[in-house]
Design a protein around this ligand. Sequence first.
Ligand SMILES: C[S@@+](CC[C@H](N)C(=O)[O-])C[C@H]1O[C@@H](n2cnc3c(N)ncnc32)[C@H](O)[C@@H]1O
Length: 179
Amino acid sequence: MRALIYAARQESLQVPWYSEKAGFYSPDYLKEFAYDIAPKKTLAEIDFLEKALALKPGAEILDCPCGHGRHSIELARRGYQVTGQDISSFFLREARNAAQRAQVSVRWIKRDMREIPFEDKFDIALNLFSTFGCLENDEEDQNALDRVGKALKRSGKFMLDTMNREYVVRAYGEKVKDW
Ligand SMILES: C[S@@+](CC[C@H](N)C(=O)[O-])C[C@H]1O[C@@H](n2cnc3c(N)ncnc32)[C@H](O)[C@@H]1O
């Protein structure tokens, strides 16, 4: 049902589904995906990233899109220098507040991922939790990837995390039936 509501809202407002106006990325999202974004899972993901990417102490990390900051904040807590970029004012507000509570410093940027404003700066770039592929067409996806490439140092690494089809069918199949 929610999917239909967002599709209708997007059509009537003539805005992309991921834009702030469409309202998909909202307090409802945080409830709907509470299991997937739970703190315990996030910690395990960061443990994995530290090993898989062999993160060096103090590494410069770009988390884009960072959402409500769950990875950025934990990475900052572990001593990395983190920049979190996202298009959503709501999520960035949540992220700022959470960072303040955790007493960590993260540079937050409100900007579309097709416009990453950095060159040769980061050791690591992250695109986590199935955010890639939501743009309008292959050209825009390629543009976003090119921007990531530009933002990374020559020795930089990029981690792109996206759900596989089988997992989505298994995990969301029952939920989708109710929509
Ligand atoms: C599925 S969430 C993932 C957020 C975060 N990486 C996480 O793991 O919690 C997708 C995020 O992408 C952001 N987003 C969607 N389209 C975007 C765009 N074109 N530019 C920047 N951020 C975008 C949304 O605001 C949302 O925060």
